[in-house]
Design a protein around this ligand. Structure first.
Ligand SMILES: Cc1cc2nc3c(=O)[nH]c(=O)nc-3n(C[C@H](O)[C@H](O)[C@H](O)COP(=O)(O)OP(=O)(O)OC[C@H]3O[C@@H](n4cnc5c(N)ncnc54)[C@H](O)[C@@H]3O)c2cc1C
Length: 372
């Protein structure tokens, strides 16, 4: 554990990970005039809420990657964090560069299969190109199989049928209900209804038998896929929307004693990593029992930054409390389902508020940049 910091002059907050949690923390620190460094392996923030729209609509991807430098200038460093030295209060990057911190905010999020996630070291241009290339694969396929019917898989299937209503789209899901288990069952039923109305073929309560052997994200005409119940489907393109895992590589060796089984960081009510007063964690890499959402990552960031300030000024720390689940699912650009504060929302309202542009405007606004 590092030594106590007593004055703002010696404060240097390092934020590892520039996802929704990381940029919210960095913007908060910037607005308070606190010295900080934001580190991400990429040169641009990924509004991955829009990743699935970017997978079907040509030209959309460039709206989902927002350069860090324009917003954070010299306070942004591109690099992959390999290790944290908590005794020396250092963050160690690939290649050996060390950055000293007085306080650390870990916001390394989760990784998962493309196109839902894009956690690769790549320039903005390469990232945008990866999505544009993927759109061409979707366009070239006569039929598409989406594996996994959580929120990402359900949204993926809906996006394809909305943009390309002539394509056959099959969704295979291991459970009988779609979307996040934390959602009201009436919202989950409605998600199923929307997909059926859009003509998505649902194979529920079964698993793809040989997923690891199947070609993903590239057109391979007439690929035969079998489920564990013996059903066979023949498709041209397979997209996996299963298997999110916590990005723990940056801290797993140094914070081994504070890790949950899945690599998430155990934190206290103030969002401090267990055993440390100056190391905080926010967003998907925490083991807070709530749905993993961009919205929650932003709320965490506000509490972590407030608590850094409170601790420095000798004030009581703020507690983070999970509220009622608020979640909006865009099911194509013209439809959606969701709930607010425990109540199911009308579909047209979700379509209007979220689905039309999957809230890209908000991230450009948060990054204080003009959308292209
Ligand atoms: C397809 C999809 C749609 C979604 N839609 C919604 C939605 O509509 N609403 C909602 O609230 N949530 C949504 N979510 C969930 C939401 O995207 C996540 O909860 C959110 O991204 C979590 O933010 P985060 O900052 O914790 O992590 P992330 O967004 O995962 O960001 C982590 C960042 O850390 C960086 N990083 C990781 N390791 C290192 C390292 N070692 N060194 C340097 N950098 C590193 C990565 O490059 C990345 O930029 C969606 C998720 C998906 C996949």
């Amino acid at each position: 554990m590092g030594g106590q910091v007593t004055s703002f002059e010696n404060v240097h907050v390092v934020v590892v990970g520039g996802g929704f949690g990381g940029i919210a923390a960095a913007q908060d620190l910037k607005s308070r005039g606190i010295k900080f460094t934001l580190i991400d392996m990429r040169d641009a923030f990924h509004h991955n809420v829009g990743a699935l729209r970017a997978s079907v609509q040509p030209g959309f991807a460039q709206r989902t990657f927002i350069p860090f430098k324009e917003t954070f200038g010299e306070s942004f460093v591109q690099g992959r964090v390999e290790r944290i030295d908590t005794d020396g209060q250092l963050v160690v990057l690939e290649g050996g560069r060390e950055i000293r911190f007085s306080h650390l905010i870990l916001a390394t999020g989760t990784d998962g299969p493309f196109p839902g996630k894009f956690n690769t070291t790549a320039s903005r241009q390469e990232a945008v190109q990866a999505y544009e290339d993927f759109v061409k694969q979707v366009q070239a396929a006569g039929s598409v199989l989406v594996v996994g019917g959580g929120s990402t898989g359900a949204e993926m299937a809906a996006e394809i049928r909305t943009e390309y209503p002539d394509k056959k789209v099959v969704l295979i899901h291991s459970r009988t209900e779609l979307a996040d288990p934390e959602l009201l069952s009436s919202v989950r039923d409605q998600a199923k209804q929307v997909l059926q109305e859009k003509g998505v073929e649902l194979l529920l309560g079964q698993k793809v038998s040989n997923l690891s052997e199947l070609p993903l994200n590239v057109v391979q005409k007439d690929t035969v896929v079998t489920t564990d119940t013996g059903i066979t489907v023949t498709v041209d393109l397979i997209i996996s929307c299963v298997g999110l895992k916590v990005n723990s590589a940056a801290y797993e060796s140094s914070l081994a004693g504070s890790l949950a089984d899945n690599g998430a960081l155990k934190i206290n009510d103030y969002l401090q990593v267990e055993g440390f007063f100056n190391v905080y964690a926010v967003g998907d890499c925490t083991d807070v029992k709530e749905p993993k959402m961009a919205y929650h990552a932003g709320l965490h960031a506000a509490v972590a930054v407030a608590n850094i300030v409170n601790s420095l000024s000798g004030k009581e720390l703020t507690t983070y409390r999970t509220g009622n689940v608020t979640l909006l699912m865009a099911l194509g650009r013209d439809d959606g389902v969701g709930q607010f504060n425990g109540y199911r929302l009308p579909r047209f309202l979700v379509a209007l508020g979220k689905s039309r542009d999957v809230l890209v405007w908000k991230s450009w606004w948060d990054m204080n940049q003009k959308q292209p």
